[in-house]
Design a protein. Structure first.
Length: 292
């Protein structure tokens, strides 16, 4: 779009991320937190679905790759649990509202509160400022980062999981629903790391003989810890995340949770969504347009 680029957008293109403090009001944050409490209160978890979510590659493949529950969650509202929250038989060892790691991946489509936030006029306006012409919402997640057990998320690029041709078409919106600090597991980024392509992809395994449904192609390089920059942010803040920027978060060792709502948008104009991505649009839920 013509005219001068705002300093903000320049910063985003430089760093691969952008912090917008107080983008959402405290009331909007609380409405999301209250809604998720209602969803958890009604949560019925079949035993075979009690998948622990983990980010270590092997465990990730075990938990996700062997699990239809994960692979078919793109157009549903489903529950994933922290390590240590369930015993070997799938019984809760801690109160269930403290055991959930995340809820995904279609809150934006099926829940009125999250749908309203995702398509709010300020998000649409930001999309237009970013020059997005045909943005569609591909997935959403509510992340709990539970006190004491909220696991670390190892360094990764979102485009590893959400691959497009060409690259550079995926954008994450990450909303802090409470104050995010160094202690409770804020995000860390390597500024400028979005310009080197991607180092690995999680793909649906080609062969039916494989017991794995997804596998990783390529490998995550060893990143230099000193290059990561922490991004604490207050409740209501929004972090924009370029699909190829390298980021991580540490274990939440504090007494307070770190709730966040996050969704990913793809610029659909002149873009193809990889058929090998774990997440696929379905007849029930084609990727909805961000603009309403």
């Amino acid at each position: 779009s013509g005219g001068e680029q705002s300093p903000c957008l320049f910063q985003f293109r430089e760093d691969g991320f952008l912090v917008l403090e107080h983008f959402f009001t405290a009331e909007e944050c609380d409405s999301m937190r209250n809604q998720i409490q209602r969803i958890i209160a009604e949560m019925e978890v079949p035993l075979h679905c009690r998948t622990e979510f983990s980010t270590k590659e092997e465990e990730q493949l075990q938990a996700q790759g062997s699990s239809d529950y994960f692979l078919t969650s793109g157009d549903k509202i489903r529950f994933f649990f922290e390590k240590g929250a369930l015993d070997g038989r799938g019984n809760f060892l801690i109160p269930k509202e403290k055991s959930v790691s995340k809820i995904g991946h279609a809150l934006h489509a099926y829940d009125p509160v999250f749908k309203q936030i995702t398509h709010s006029s300020k998000v649409q306006e930001l999309g237009r400022k970013l020059g997005l012409e045909r943005p569609v919402v591909v997935q959403s997640m509510y992340i709990f980062k539970q006190p004491g057990i909220g696991g670390e998320v190892t360094p990764h690029q979102d485009a590893t999981f959400l691959h497009t041709e060409p690259l550079g078409r995926i954008l994450g919106f990450w909303i802090a629903l409470e104050d995010v600090t160094l202690e409770n597991g804020c995000l860390w980024f390597i500024p400028g790391s979005h310009t080197n392509g991607i180092s690995r992809r999680m793909v649906r395994a080609a062969s039916c003989t494989s017991t794995r449904v997804v596998e990783f192609v390529g490998s995550e390089p060893a990143y230099d810890d000193s290059q990561f920059k922490p991004l604490p942010i207050s409740k209501g803040g929004l972090i924009l995340i370029h699909g190829e920027v390298v980021h991580k978060s540490e274990l939440n060792s504090s007494e307070s949770s770190r709730h966040a709502f996050t969704f990913h948008v793809m610029e659909a104009k002149d873009t193809s969504w990889s058929k090998e991505n774990w997440l696929q649009p379905t007849p029930e839920l084609p990727f909805p347009s961000l603009y309403t």
